[in-house]
Ligand binder design. Structure first.
Ligand SMILES: Cc1cc2nc3c(=O)[nH]c(=O)nc-3n(C[C@H](O)[C@H](O)[C@H](O)COP(=O)(O)O)c2cc1C
Length: 219
C-alpha cells in the first residue's frame, strides 16, 4: 500500500473568484461538463449524506438526474431512489443533506448542503419512464436496503416481472420509488493546488436574500 505514504502533486489549476463567477449552478454545471468530457465514469455521481431518526449519519452514492437553476420554479438538484430505503427513511426524519461530487481525477470536489424534499408525482413518473426497461423492473423488484435470503430470490422476482411486463409494455411507477429535490443553501467548490495549498470558494445563501455571497476558505 504504497499510496498511504505517497505525496501526489495536485497541479496548479486552482479556482479564482473571477473563474467562479456569481452563479453556483452555472459553475456546477460547467464542472459536470468538464467531468463528462474527461470521460470520468458516472460524472454525475455524488455522495449523499443523511442523518437518520436516531441521529446517525450515513452516506452513499446516487446519481444527479436533474439540475435546475434559480430561474426554475423547481430549483434544486434531483436524484431518484426508493422512498422506503435507509436514505428515504432518514430523509423523512431529517431533511438536511450533504451532496459531495468526488472528481479526484480532475483534482476537484464540490460539496452542496441543503434540504431535500420529495418531488411531485409527475416529476417522479417522468424520471421513471425515462429509465431503461430493466432498471424500471429492478425498481419494482427491490425493497431497497431490506435484507434478502439470497440472490436467487431477487433473480426470481425479476423473472416474474419480465414475464408480466415484456419490453414495450407500460410499467407503472411503484409508489415506493421516486425523486427527491435538494434545494441548496451552500456550495463549496474545491480545486487542488500544489503543496496542499488548495483553493476553496463557498457560495452561501441567506434565508432572506436570493443572491449568493462568495467567501474564500483556507485550504
Ligand atoms: C455509481 C453509483 C451510482 C448509484 N446511483 C444510485 C441512485 O441514483 N439511486 C439509488 O437509490 N442508489 C444508487 N446507488 C446505490 C446507493 O449507493 C446505495 O447502495 C443504495 O441507494 C442504498 O442506499 P441506502 O441503503 O443508504 O438507502 C448508486 C451506487 C453507485 C456506486
Amino acid at each position: 500500500m504504497e499510496s498511504l505514504t505517497r505525496h501526489t502533486d495536485y497541479g496548479n489549476e486552482g479556482l479564482t473568484e473571477a473563474q467562479a463567477g456569481t452563479d453556483p449552478y452555472a459553475l456546477l454545471a460547467a464542472w459536470i461538463t468538464v467531468a463528462e468530457s474527461a470521460d470520468i465514469f458516472e460524472p454525475n455521481a455524488m455522495v449523499l449524506s443523511t442523518v437518520g431518526a436516531d441521529g446517525s449519519p450515513s452516506s452513499r452514492t446516487v446519481l444527479l438526474k436533474g439540475l435546475n437553476d434559480a430561474s426554475s420554479p423547481d430549483v434544486g438538484l434531483e436524484f431518484v431512489t426508493n422512498y422506503l430505503s435507509q436514505k428515504g427513511r432518514a430523509l423523512a426524519a431529517h431533511d438536511r443533506v450533504s451532496l459531495l461530487f468526488p472528481w479526484y481525477g480532475l483534482k476537484r470536489q464540490v460539496i452542496v448542503s441543503g434540504r431535500a424534499q420529495r418531488t411531485d408525482a409527475i416529476t417522479s413518473d417522468a424520471f421513471f419512464d425515462r429509465r431503461p426497461h430493466g432498471a424500471r423492473l429492478a425498481a419494482i423488484a427491490s425493497d431497497q436496503s431490506e435484507p434478502v435470503d439470497s440472490r436467487d430470490t431477487l433473480d426470481e422476482r425479476m423473472a416474474v416481472l419480465e414475464d408480466q411486463y415484456p419490453e414495450g409494455e407500460h410499467i407503472p411507477r411503484p409508489e415506493k420509488w421516486g425523486a427527491f429535490r435538494v434545494v441548496p443553501d451552500r456550495f463549496e467548490f474545491w480545486a487542488g493546488r500544489s503543496k496542499r495549498f488548495h483553493d476553496r470558494l463557498v457560495f452561501a445563501r441567506s434565508e432572506t436574500s436570493t443572491g449568493w455571497t462568495v467567501t474564500r476558505l483556507q485550504p
